[in-house]
Ligand binder design. Sequence first.
Ligand code: NAP
Length: 305
Amino acid sequence: MKERMVKEQTWTVQGKWVLITGATSGIGLAAAKALAAREAHIGIVARNPVKAQDAIAQIREAAAGQQIAVDLFLADMSSQSSIRHAAADIWARWPRIDVLVNNAGAMYVQRKLTDDGQEMTWAVNHLGPYLLTTLLLDRLKESGQARIITTASHGHKMARKGIRFEDPTAQRLYSFPQALLGGANFRYGETKLANILFTAELAKRLEGTGVSAYSFDPGLVATNFNQDNGLLARMTMAVMRRFSRTPEKGAETLVWLAESADVGGISGAYYADMQERTPAPQARDANAARQLWEVSEAQTRNSAM
Ligand SMILES: NC(=O)c1ccc[n+]([C@@H]2O[C@H](COP(=O)([O-])OP(=O)(O)OC[C@H]3O[C@@H](n4cnc5c(N)ncnc54)[C@H](OP(=O)(O)O)[C@@H]3O)[C@@H](O)[C@H]2O)c1
């Protein structure tokens, strides 16, 4: 423990290999640029090659000519086979992973199932990060003192009753009358609760490995979030923009978790504004965290490359 603390004090993100999902816009792009400016090697996991190339150009520009790698790994985070392909590609092309950032996220107002039969918001926001992380875990462990950071949200508080494990594809939340009462928002809340519970359980399972896990709330941030859900959603987001932070401000805690020597020894906690915070009671339920892990294992077990 003592040796680890001494090592942590020398942690710097310069020269580290940082893999980040959802870096084609918003919080992820701002974080990737900030970390590139600190001379970290950046790998982005993205589904859209055109947007990804644009993001890569911006990240390179932020690195201002420093000799860093900026690489693209293609994956649609709603597709388990796509994630498995990307993970194999990462294993083949990247020498190490010091920081994995699970940041990609979305909210689907209409219920949609993925090719794997999972509900879309759940697949992108929780199962994708779970699968990518577990597929890369051995590489993270090899790196010695790696970190896994997952973008959660204050929105986890909406899932007051916890995750409805009895309805894994959220049929009830997307049906009358729940759908009219904001069922899709509650589903999003469940997935953000899952990010926090996943982090806590992951930290437990990683004890003694040197790999730490953190989740954080970026605050309300003006990004592309919720722009594909029709006019009403876009209008709501336009109003919320007035009260929102910039993507750079939203990425601040993520960047701090990636680069700070202070957080190195702590694992499994939830942060906001560069401070540890206590999430809602349902996000501190160790039984739910264990159950979530088992359910996620079962929901990803049978997918192929
Ligand atoms: N904005 C907020 O106020 C807020 C508050 C709390 C938490 N968050 C969380 O912050 C994270 C980032 O969101 P943001 O606000 O920065 O929104 P954003 O600008 O919409 O960025 C979302 C990112 O996720 C990627 N993504 C979405 N679905 C994907 C999929 N199926 N496969 C691969 N990538 C996918 C997007 O890629 P494309 O460019 O291809 O769409 C984009 O890079 C999310 O986890 C969100 O839940 C946001």
